[in-house]
Design a protein around this ligand. Structure first.
Ligand code: F6R
Length: 612
């Protein structure tokens, strides 16, 4: 996701160089455009990489302070116009922002009415115009910029990590945090603001992490923190002894664990602004242009690879049960070689984290060639699949660095649930049913937060089973694809043999493998398949196989039957994979870690597979 870096100091005129270097260390977050502003030299912005930005910067671009940004597009295309920093009407107030201003439409309408001119499509730009508005209203005084900024911050709703600068007070930078992290770096005669400590660490290890609802003002030799109601906050600095690489991992040992732990936030980000719970509706801006066509769609073919394919299998259950549309799920690598029969009433839906997987992309192209409507559920904004599909839904999961898909998978399932509501309400889904799904979706982040608290006990469990050479994963209905995904996670990062299997299929072959050395992970929530899963577990126990059950909170009965249980909060059937997959991700993580393997970069695998 977006990255912020801001600097003010008394060390010569190289703020530009310092900021560019800082942006490089934020690149890992993923972005599509970059920009920088120095009050003494102006702004430079570009779509694309920091290297492009560097090329555009003129020789005399000098100054003692400035703000810089890497943007991961949410509102508005990744263009130069929409890149940050954004300015007010007179080019005096500048802002860089991470997050989403939820009430930007109302604010923008009000500001436009009172004469403000906007230059971008971004939600962020309202911040500078609001500050401008308050600044013009307030009596000029030493603290009027601060007061205007505070008044503006009190008007915006949503999530933000912000750095603001005013041309007429160039050595001062104001930062604020609500939901998006902000850290201050305290040097002797220089101060910093960033989204995470990685760009600050080469300069100082003394930092302060802002909390939600806090504002900070930095100048070269001091800082001050206060709340949105202007009351002062006293906070001691923390000394960071991690490396810049550790800083990017937010203190976690691996990106994979960090990304699993981001799950609740990821669900919130995928849902943000897309649910109208009171009406039981999902609002998907990216599908508006094809909404009429979607009403006539009679069949959906989901194309994807790997984990995204398993997300698609869950989507098949969701869409058929709740939206009443026939769905097929195809491996991207097979689809285009199959001479599929498609027409304009078929939608080909690609699911891809990277948006660059060649097999999935070629499946989309095949769909297009055969006259289908093409759609995408894609995480990477501006990627090839996002560009080549007719319409789609962005995940907003943030960049995924660990090779094994974790938070992207969670987000793909969340997006599929939104799509199910969207298409379902176009068809037979009642408002009542829509409301139930919407309310359950909104409850998921808190439930996942609770589930993640068990990570230490899953670590112990993984250690207990880490000597196994084989593992079977069993599930049924919505949780059959979860069994496939659990097995994929384990094999790809711990290099042991793991198989996902429909519990009902086991007796047709796989049960022959079971003995005391072949453990099973059984996903057995209290849903309509519960009794059948219990019978299947009995069959394994009868053959001396050990069983770990992923069960619903409070299910004491299952604990009597199996060797170990991981409890998961209850939700409706169609959303249960979003919770049930997380213990499997954690299990695979701790299992591979116990074996001393490179969890984030497993052998032979690439994050984005752009070859056939
Ligand atoms: C597994 C994994 C892969 C990807 C697959 C598709 O953990 O990450 O199986 O899911 O390569 O990648 P995307 O979603 O980028 O198309």
């Amino acid at each position: 996701m977006c990255g912020i870096f801001a600097y003010t100091g008394k060390k010569g005129k190289d703020a530009g160089g310092i900021l560019l270097k800082g942006l490089l260390s934020l690149e890992y977050r993923g972005y599509d455009s970059a920009g920088i502003y120095l009050p003494e030299s102006g702004s430079v912005k570009t779509p694309g990489a920091v290297a492009e930005l560097r090329k555009k910067i003129p020789k005399n671009f000098k100054g003692e302070s400035g703000i810089a940004h890497l943007r991961w597009a949410t509102h508005g295309e990744p263009t130069e116009k929409n890149a940050h920093p954004h300015a007010d009407c007179d080019g005096e107030i500048w802002v860089v922002h991470n997050g989403i201003i939820e009430n930007f439409k109302e604010l923008k309408a009000r500001l436009v009415k009172s004469g403000h001119t906007f230059k971008s499509d971004s939600d962020t730009e309202v911040i500078t115009h609001l500050v401008e508005d308050h600044l013009k209203k307030s009596a000029k005084g030493a603290k009027s910029f601060e007061k205007a900024a505070l008044a503006a911050l009190n008007e915006i709703r949503g999530t933000y990590g912000i750095a603001l600068q005013y041309k007429n007070e160039p050595d001062k930078i104001i930062a604020a945090r609500m939901g998006s992290p902000i850290v201050l770096g305290l040097g002797g005669d220089e101060h910093f603001i960033a989204s995470d400590p990685s760009p600050i660490l080469p300069h100082t290890r003394k930092v302060i992490f802002l909390e939600d609802g806090e504002v900070a003002v930095i100048s070269p030799d001091k800082h001050r923190i206060f709340k949105l109601d202007a009351t002062n906050v006293k906070r001691k600095a923390t000394k960071i002894d991690w490396s810049a690489e550790d800083a990017r991992k937010d203190g976690y040992e691996h990106f994979m664990l960090k990304e699993i732990m981001e799950g609740p936030e990821v669900i919130e980000n995928t849902l943000r602004g897309r649910l109208i719970p009171a009406k039981g509706l999902a609002k998907l801006g990216g599908l508006e242009s094809v909404a009429k066509q979607l009403e006539k769609i009679e069949r959906i073919i989901i194309v994807a690879c790997g984990s995204a394919y398993y997300a698609g299998l869950v989507g098949e259950y969701m869409l058929e049960e709740h939206a009443g549309i026939p769905v097929e799920v195809e491996l991207g690598s097979e689809f285009r070689y199959r001479k599929p029969v498609l027409n304009e009433r078929t939608a080909v839906l690609a699911i891809s984290q990277s948006g660059e997987t060649l097999d999935t992309l070629e499946a989309v192209r095949e769909g297009k060639r055969r006259g289908a409507l093409t759609l995408g559920i894609v995480n990477s904004v501006g990627s090839t699949i996002a560009r080549e599909t007719d319409a789609g839904v962005y995940n907003h999961a943030g960049p995924e660095i660990g090779v094994a898909s974790t938070k992207a998978f969670i987000s793909q399932l969340t997006a599929l649930a939104l799509l199910t509501m969207f298409l379902g309400r176009q068809r037979g889904m009642t408002a009542k049913e829509g409301k139930i799904i919407a309310n359950e979706l909104r409850a998921l982040p808190a439930k996942l937060q609770k589930l993640l608290k068990q990570k230490e006990s899953i670590d112990i469990l993984a250690k207990k089973y880490s000597g196994s050479r084989d593992f079977l994963f069993l599930g049924r209905r919505y949780n059959l694809p979860v069994a496939f995904e659990g097995a994929l996670k384990l094999k790809e990062i711990s290099y042991i043999h793991a198989e996902g299997c429909g519990a009902g299929e086991m007796k047709h072959g796989p049960i022959a493998m079971i003995d005391e050395k072949f453990p099973t992970m059984a996903i057995a929530p209290k849903d309509s398949m519960y009794q059948k899963m219990i019978s299947n577990i009995h069959e394994i126990k009868a053959r001396k196989g050990s069983v770990i059950a992923v069960a619903t909170d409070g299910d004491k009965e299952i604990a009597k039957l199996v060797d170990d249980v991981i409890y998961v909060p209850e939700t409706i059937d169609m959303l249960s994979p979003i919770l049930n997959v997380v213990p499997l991700q954690l299990f695979a993580y701790y299992f591979a870690k116990e074996k001393g393997l490179n969890v984030d970069r497993p052998r032979n695998l690439a994050k984005s597979v752009t070859v056939e």
